[in-house]
Design a protein around this ligand. Structure first.
Ligand code: HEC
Ligand code: HEC
Length: 389
């Protein structure tokens, strides 16, 4: 599950914590130079680590969607967020401490950290779940940063003389907050183990797995890009199960889930047991339709079989016309070429039965059950798929 950037982020977080602790120790030992170096390290490591971590997250989403989702909104999301808070707050406090201690230098470092943070945000790809264009996302961050810096500077200029009072608490806080960055490794240890879903109620199973990082459910979660999970109410159970087992863009198209799939769920690779549990959870939360007889993705064909009463003269999976019917089991048809089947279904006349080598002495009983081209193609594709089973 670990990518290189994630290792770098972890290393950064640990170094960040150590720098914080060094700050406190050096302050009480009256080693001013060492203390200031600790504060500089905290100020600069914060934004760098955060930036690397953001980038690592994006890679993780594509490579290991379940881990990503559990960190973003699942069982490990609070711990993960505490790590980010530690980095942001730690860096900010260290910067504050430096400005109080070493005015001019502190402000230089502040400008440098500010520039770093801006580069980080600029490079940071706007995640797909942020409901705004990338340029607006970056503009908002820019405004927040510049606004924040201007605000701090104003306070500093106005209340310079009183701020001395805060020196000690700010240094201590700047040393302690970085400990929170250890939540990063803690969260990663947590997600490295599969989640035990069996003890949880259905809605918690979905939430703790982090599915709501990309879906909404009863108004909760991010509806981009997966939209509301409520839509499963119109799906058949076997379609839901088959899609969860392999949520590729290709399958989303094949099973009729989206006409324009994003493929964003393709990185979400669930274990077989998780597919079963989550299918059951969705079934109990939304009224998922019973499984189709023909298997996932063949809803149209199933409708055709019903509408044209094909099973009055044929059988499928042993069901349908008594004693195999006059047309015989549909499974036999998989022996023909797909093109032959399309031609036949479009015009199932006695002459065609001979011409296409379907029967030597045909009955011609199927003639009035001809299918239009589109339906003939779909039905032929299904008949061919029966050979693989
Ligand atoms: C990284 C984003 C992402 C995550 C995480 C994610 N999904 Fe999806 N999901 C999608 C997208 C996008 C689609 C629509 C298919 C497409 O566009 O490729 C989808 C489709 C679905 C569908 C079919 C919806 C329908 O209309 O029938 C189900 C069911 C589903 N997801 C369940 C889950 C579950 C359960 C989880 C948690 C284990 C999960 N998803 C996690 C992005 C995600
Ligand atoms: C009234 C009875 C009847 C109905 C309804 C019927 N068929 Fe047939 N079907 C036949 C007969 C009989 C044959 C053999 C050709 C002949 O004797 O004309 C046949 C042959 C076929 C074949 C050729 C391959 C094989 O197994 O021998 C396919 C494929 C087929 N039918 C599919 C369908 C489909 C799909 C439907 C529904 C759209 C359908 N049939 C509806 C009677 C029927």
């Amino acid at each position: 599950m670990m990518n290189e950037l994630l290792w770098i982020a972890l290393f950064g977080a640990i170094l960040f914590t150590c720098s914080g602790l060094l700050t406190i120790w050096a302050h009480f030992k009256k080693k001013d130079l060492l203390r200031n170096m600790g504060l500089y390290a905290v100020t600069l490591l914060g934004p760098i680590t955060l930036g690397v971590c953001w980038k690592a997250q994006m890679q993780l989403m594509e490579a290991d969607g379940v881990i990503w989702a559990r960190l973003m909104s699942g069982d490990a999301s609070i711990v993960w967020a505490i790590g980010s808070v530690g980095l942001i707050a730690g860096a900010g406090l260290a910067l504050g401490a430096l400005s109080l201690l070493e005015r001019a230098k502190g402000i230089y470092v502040g400008a440098l950290a500010f520039a770093l943070l801006w580069v980080v945000i600029f490079l940071h790809p706007t995640p797909h779940y942020v409901p705004m264009p990338a340029w607006l996302d970056k503009l908002i961050w820019f405004a927040l940063l510049v606004g924040g810096a201007a605000f701090c500077l104003t306070i500093y200029m106005k209340y310079r003389s009183y701020l001395k009072l805060f020196q000690l608490p700010v240094i201590i806080a700047a040393g302690l907050f970085p400990i929170l960055a250890l939540a990063y490794p803690a969260a990663l240890v947590q997600v490295s183990r599969p989640l035990d879903l069996s003890q949880l109620p259905p809605d918690q199973q979905i939430k703790q797995m982090g599915c709501l990082s990309c879906h909404s459910m009863k108004g909760e979660g991010y509806p981009i890009p997966g939209e509301g999970l409520e839509s499963v109410a119109s799906r058949k159970e076997d379609v839901v199960r088959a899609f969860l087992a392999d949520p590729s863009a290709e399958n989303a198209l094949k099973f009729g889930i989206r006409t324009n799939p994003t493929g964003d769920m393709a990185g979400v690779r669930l274990r077989d047991s998780e597919v079963d549990i989550l299918t059951e959870a969705l079934k109990s939360l939304f009224e998922v339709q019973p499984p189709s007889k023909l298997g996932p993705g063949w809803d149209h064909v199933e409708a055709i079989l019903v509408e044209k009463t094909c099973l009055a003269c044929h059988t499928y999976a042993g069901e349908g016309a008594p004693q195999g019917g006059i047309g015989g089991p549909l499974e036999n048809a998989s022996a023909f070429q797909e093109e032959t089947l399309v031609e036949w279904l479009k015009k199932p006349s006695a002459e065609n039965a001979v011409a296409l080598k379907i029967r030597e002495t045909p009955m011609g009983a199927m003639e009035i059950f001809a299918l239009p081209e589109e339906q003939a193609k779909e039905a032929a594709a299904w008949l061919k798929s029966l050979a693989q089973e």
